[in-house]
Write a protein that binds this ligand. Structure first.
Ligand SMILES: *Cc1c(COP(=O)(O)O)cnc(C)c1O
Length: 467
């Protein structure tokens, strides 16, 4: 399998290089040159498989030229049979006669990002061991990605990880999930600034890596990394097989920020899984919903909401969909996105109509988020986190056919976001699951640094493994 850039200029790469590269050199994102396709017959044979075996079957075509089957099988098995706390890995909970939540928060950091980052850590270490190489992961986080990346890389021999978070601007649960993980290769930096300041320093460092003295290189773990998308395709197959697929279509509603998770659902459908409907669920940061409703792609200022992991102005993975909508014409994508920097853009009517056939969408504000948390708690005694709540609400708004099972992706555990639960006025306060019950007693390790590129880069240059 070769991977090509959505902007059409960068060289095609194999899986290993795509894993280690962030953005393509032309500023685009890597996508597979062609997708594997599974017949209904083949998918049917996967019924009843444990999660890790299903995961191997779905993902192997993407890596087969780079990794021998036995090695990949072992990594996937270790990932999905050890660190997730529910035997089903991604259990389905029924809300109403034909309505479900797929709980993707049974991993170590209680959000769906564990599905990809647990595997990514293992893949990186495997490839680096083989190449006798080392990388420094540098990332900025406003919460969930940082902790999942740290958990995913804590046992890596060949990776140092530096995560920048805005000092005193992430929730205590989120901070502790990052700073209480022990390991010589884990470095938490609290920057005296905001999330954008952190992200700016990460971008600048990727652009000019000379501060590392040529002895190691940076690697990215945000969702522009193809391997993360790949791992997320699996649970769409898992849900389908659990609910009568592939002999029956399913609908999915996906709480969306960077468009990574729902793009994986789109790929699952392209690969042959019968999916009747894909709902893009956004909060007030609703650029995608506005584009789908009115064919006007326009950036607004960032709004702070009760669902912070979806507080994103521009969804980077949307570029991967645009690439397909434009018949894989990289230069057209490049032009469109450059124009979008300057002001609102529209696309040709037939392309826009095609996109509306592929997706439905809804935007849900904080008030409606709290209402649906309350309603589901009253009717089902089930507590939703605010992100999942947006998914459930959007699912109900957009549903086309009640006979098709509707599955909302449960992206986080409610204990991660106690504020929203409290604001919704339900009489329950979510408690942390057993494996994290002592989170507030654990020792924290982090370094507070000024919002200054040189200071942060010097810290990294002095603290990575072979510095
Ligand atoms: C990251 C995240 C999202 C958004 O996922 P994307 O792949 O960026 O669209 C939604 N909910 C939670 C809890 C998250 O952590």
């Amino acid at each position: 399998m070769r991977y090509i850039s959505t902007r059409g200029q960068a060289p095609a790469l194999g899986f290993e290089d795509v894993l280690l590269t962030g953005l393509a050199t032309d500023g685009g994102l890597y996508v597979p040159e062609s997708l594997p396709h599974f017949s209904l017959e083949e998918i049917r044979r996967w019924r009843g498989l444990p999660y890790h075996e299903l995961a191997f079957n779905v993902m192997y075509p993407f890596v087969e030229e780079a990794i021998p089957a036995d090695d990949f099988r072992a990594m996937v098995k270790e990932t999905y049979s050890s660190v997730f706390t529910h035997d089903a890995v991604a259990p389905l909970v029924q809300l109403d006669s034909n309505e479900w939540v797929m709980e993707l928060f049974r991993g170590p950091t209680l959000a769906f990002k564990d599905f990809a980052l647990q595997l990514l850590g293992r893949l990186l270490d495997y490839v680096l061991e083989r190449r006798n190489q080392h990388v420094v992961i540098m990332g900025a986080t406003s919460g969930d990605t940082g902790s999942a990346a740290i958990e995913g890389c804590r046992r890596c021999e060949h990776v140092d990880i530096f995560i920048l978070h805005p000092h005193e601007r992430v929730s205590e649960v989120q901070r502790r999930q990052m700073t209480t993980v022990s390991g010589d290769n884990i470095h938490n930096i609290a920057v005296r600034g905001n999330f954008d300041d952190c992200q700016r320093m990460v971008k600048a460092s990727f652009g000019d890596q000379s501060f590392l003295g040529g002895k190691t290189q940076l690697a990215a773990v945000n969702s522009i990394n193809w391997a993360r998308i790949m791992a997320q395709i699996v649970y769409y197959f898992h849900a389908s097989l659990a609910l009568g697929g592939p002999d029956r279509s399913l609908a999915f509603s996906v709480p969306t920020g960077n468009f990574g998770d729902i793009f994986a659902g789109y790929l699952a459908r392209q690969m042959g899984l019968p999916i009747a409907q894909l709902v893009i669920a956004t909060n007030r940061n609703d650029i995608l919903h506005r584009f789908l409703s009115g064919n006007r792609y326009e950036q607004h200022g960032l709004e702070r909401t009760l669902s912070p992991s979806m507080d994103i102005m521009v969804s980077s993975n949307f570029e991967r969909l645009l690439f397909d909508l434009y018949g894989r014409d990289g230069s057209a994508v490049k032009k469109l996105l450059e124009d979008a920097q300057e002001g609102p853009v529209s696309i040709e009517d037939y392309r826009w109509k095609h996109m509306r056939k592929l997706f439905d969408s809804a935007a849900v504000d904080d008030k409606a988020t709290c209402e649906i948390i309350r309603e589901i708690y009253q009717n089902n005694e089930y507590l939703l986190d605010p992100h999942t709540a947006i998914g459930v609400k959007a699912a109900r708004e957009c549903r086309r056919d009640n006979s098709v099972p509707m599955v909302t992706l449960g992206t986080a555990h409610p204990a991660k976001f106690p504020d929203a639960v409290e604001k919704s006025g339900v009489a329950a306060s979510p408690s942390l699951p057993g494996h994290m019950a002592d989170l507030f007693q654990r020792e924290e390790r982090f370094t507070v640094l000024d919002d200054d590129l040189k200071t942060v880069q010097n810290f990294i240059a002095e603290h990575w493994k072979y510095a």
